[in-house]
Design a protein around this ligand. Structure first.
Ligand SMILES: Cc1cn([C@H]2C[C@H](O)[C@@H](COP(=O)(O)OP(=O)(O)OP(=O)(O)O)O2)c(=O)[nH]c1=O
Length: 195
């Protein structure tokens, strides 16, 4: 069964390749506005589901579609990608010296069936001064990243500790993704094709 990754993210592509999966890529364009009263966990799961469904609706029924959504959660608030420098600065100031959660939901659609998983990683930031935040924003790295940082890049220097999956923070929890693909008999570098 052919797999489509419903994502424009180069990180997700690289992570999925890392576990030996063959796939095509099709970006999903959906409205990412949270619904009033929606919890962060419900929000990321809905986003992953809608990305998968959007691509699945235009694909052959013979394909499985994998999508993911990642968000940073602090004090129950969802931090998406920063809108501008001020927004980015405010996000980094809020994360400074504290622990937040990075939630990634993955969704696999196959015909009428769809399965989802939610993975949560706790990330603790060092105490950041304003100069460091400004220097980091000036690198341009934060713009396309939830919470205005990338742990896989220069943003690593902002992070004191993590508890849980690292790949989950970068955008695709590899252990859960591998399990989900294997359950659906989608071939990976470690088997999974029973068909
Ligand atoms: C916290 C954090 C997020 N991110 C990224 C992962 C996600 O790509 C992005 C959050 O945005 P998403 O909306 O999850 O994904 P995306 O818009 O990049 O890609 P697509 O919807 O097409 O799949 O933030 C990092 O790369 N490193 C990090 O440390």
């Amino acid at each position: 069964m052919a797999l489509i990754l419903a994502s424009a993210s180069p990180r997700r592509r690289e992570l999925l390749r890392q576990i030996g999966v063959s796939f095509d890529v099709r970006a999903a364009d959906i409205d990412e506005t949270p619904q009033p009263g929606e919890s962060p966990a419900d929000y990321v799961c809905r986003m992953a589901r809608e990305k998968a469904a959007a691509v699945a609706s235009g694909a052959s029924g013979e394909c499985a579609v994998l999508a993911a959504d990642t968000t940073v959660v602090i004090d129950g608030d969802v931090l998406g990608k920063p809108r501008d420098a001020l927004d980015g600065l405010a996000m980094l100031a809020r994360l400074s010296g504290r622990t937040h959660e990075v939630m990634t939901a993955i969704c696999l659609c196959r015909g009428e069936e769809s399965s989802e998983r939610l993975v949560v990683t706790r990330v603790t930031f060092a105490t950041l001064d304003r100069d460091l935040c400004e220097a980091y924003l000036a690198t341009g790295e934060p713009w396309d990243k939830a919470g205005a940082y990338g742990i896989q890049g220069l943003g690593a220097v902002l992070v004191d500790a993590i508890e849980g999956s690292y790949s989950n923070v970068v955008g695709l929890p590899l252990a859960e993704t591998w399990r989900l693909l294997s359950e659906h008999r989608i071939p990976t570098g470690l088997g999974g094709s029973g068909e």
